[in-house]
Design a binder for this molecule. Structure first.
Ligand SMILES: Nc1ncnc2c1ncn2[C@@H]1O[C@H](COP(=O)(O)OP(=O)(O)O)[C@@H](O)[C@H]1O
Ligand SMILES: [Mg+2]
Length: 365
């Protein structure tokens, strides 16, 4: 199997409705997936993930732009002639064929010899722990087992590119977690280039080398899970992945990369690159709830933090976290404190000192 790169160059897809009105499902998407890389398209329902994947597979024509597998432009290449396979949410197994025959099917179409087929199918069964199920019929398998067979059937073809469209959404929550790890393990073991589609941020975070966040047909940001979470480029990304407080303010003073910004709750210090904003500019800042800490009184040895006074409006025990809403000069901030057993828990009505690190304040506009 030789893993291929996939390169989408200014790919746009327009659909025409019955009245001839066009709508743009995917707009000017640029993306390079490296050989052996696991890249996930993540975004809300309707943002164009499936359409993008189907254009890569060749099931959907491209309105404008090009798609390359390695050096080859596959724009006009039919799906069966592209070096890629798609794993569907619905598994799409042949019900009247055994597990073995389902997996062998594509190789038989290729007119491969029985001996070669047996050797290839068995080596995939070994990687996926499926040997014991070889003689079963699909109806005798659980959902998770059927999904594994569907994956085995795709892998046995040794495609240069593997595509997944929400493959785990028909499984129950616990099985989804197991299958995530399983797909990632196998992907790394085989070293196959993978383009994966999901609307589930935890799935994307846990499996991917890089995540492509999509919104309304466009790419908002491409980055590693850590980059997407720690350095969201836009308000949409900060709000879609994890949770965030958004503050709107005006830059009042710049000192190199440290800026004083006037917010409704007061003037706060924060860092961003000098060329990102000018005095008087209106900015939007995202702050993760877990980056903010609460204290009985202003901590004295805490450098690089804004310290402001607030009042606890909400305090909810969530197990792993204690979730607060704190009001500061009429503005509400969400604050998540982890491991509340060993931490002080603040109660509604309590006055608190709120510490916000300069570098946890991220300009997102
Ligand atoms: N065959 C089609 N004809 C017309 N519009 C479509 C078609 N397929 C998808 N769309 C529209 O394109 C947009 C993106 O859809 P899709 O790619 O399925 O989103 P996602 O997979 O992210 O939920 C949606 O607005 C959807 O209604
Ligand atoms: Mg979809």
């Amino acid at each position: 199997m030789s893993a291929k790169s996939v390169h989408l160059n200014m790919v746009t897809k327009e659909f025409k409705d019955d009245q001839g009105k066009t709508s743009t499902a995917v707009s000017q998407v640029n993306l390079k997936v490296e050989p052996g890389e696991f890249v996930t398209l993540l975004g809300p329902s309707g943002c164009g993930k499936t359409t993008t994947l189907r254009m890569v597979a060749g099931f959907e024509t491209i309105t404008t732009g090009d798609i390359f597998f390695g050096a080859d432009n596959v724009r006009d290449v039919s799906p069966s002639k592209r070096d890629c396979t798609m794993v569907f949410q619905s598994y799409a197994l042949f019900p009247h064929m055994s597990v073995y025959e389902n997996v062998a099917y594509g190789l038989r179409i290729k007119k491969m010899s029985d001996t070669d087929i047996r050797s290839k199918v068995n080596s995939i069964f070994d990687i996926m722990n499926l040997r014991d199920y070889s003689a079963r019929m699909p109806a005798q398998l659980s959902g998770g087992q059927q999904q594994r067979v569907a994956l085995a059937r795709a892998l046995v073809m040794e495609p240069g590119v593997l595509l997944f469209d929400e493959p785990l959404s028909n499984l129950d929550a616990k099985l989804r977690l197991t299958m995530r790890d399983e797909i990632r393990r196998i992907q790394q073991e085989v070293g196959i280039t993978t383009l994966y589609v999901t609307h589930d941020q935890a799935e994307a975070m846990s499996m991917s080398d890089r995540i492509v966040v999509m919104n309304q047909g466009r790419i908002e940001q491409v980055g590693t899970p850590v980059e997407i979470y720690q350095q969201p480029a836009t308000e949409f990304v900060a709000g879609f992945i994890g949770s965030a407080n958004f503050l709107r303010g005006v830059v009042v003073e710049k000192k190199n990369t440290q800026h004083a910004v006037k917010y409704p709750m007061g003037i706060l210090q924060q860092f961003f690159e000098d060329d990102q904003a000018i005095n008087g500019e209106e900015i939007v800042t995202a702050i993760r709830p877990e980056a903010i800490s609460l204290h009985i009184e202003a901590p004295i040895n805490l450098n690089g933090h804004n310290i402001v006074n607030g009042m606890v409006k909400k305090s909810v025990f969530m197990g792993q976290t204690q979730e607060y809403t704190v009001e500061i000069n009429g503005i509400n901030l969400d604050v998540h404190a982890s491991n509340p057993i060993s931490e002080r828990v603040f109660t509604v009505g309590q006055e608190v000192s709120v510490a916000i690190p300069y570098d946890a304040m991220r300009k997102v506009n």
